[in-house]
Design a protein around this ligand. Sequence first.
Ligand code: ZN
Length: 205
Amino acid sequence: MTEVIPLRLGTVNAYLLRGEDGSVLVDAGGPGAEARLESGLRQAGVQPAQLRLLLLTHGHFDHAGAAAYFQRLGVPVALHSADAGAMRPMTGKGLMGKLLLAVSGKLGDNSGLPAAVKLESLQSLETYGVEAAIVPLPGHTAGSVGVLLPDGALIAGDTFMNFVRPGPAHIAEDFAQMLASIDTLRGRGVTQVYPGHGKPFAPAF
Ligand SMILES: [Zn+2]
């Protein structure tokens, strides 16, 4: 049984997946998140260097801040090739979309992220001791993925956000593609969505 342990890092979340044979960290906060991640992991009884994998749901700077730190500790970093290197422009929907775009524009992109494991070549995390499937969710970014656990918990990256109310992300490279990705989740038994921003929620699909 894999346990999901949310690690709240200001406005962004990371999630520790503690499996029977290993632990995987999903996302790594924004720049400067190292200390908070480290103490969150230790509180959960996991030494940072013991992580079997750091999986980045996508390449945005606010999810990959501590990636280089974990890589220095010898933890392999997994990222989809489509999100390696410079990011493509995003568009925003509504007031929240405009606000988020304004903030992201100031903070730059992720150019030069280290990635030892190409996420597109992984279908599950079993090699890393965690029972969970990788679900491709392109749209927020071309290389976005989710992680689906057998009990229906979905670590969703930024495909879903929960700032004011839960729903699809307010910013995306391709909104139509993101909504099509969300459609592929129907019927897959998702019971709880753990978004990149905000609190977990039960999905409406
Ligand atoms: Zn994002």
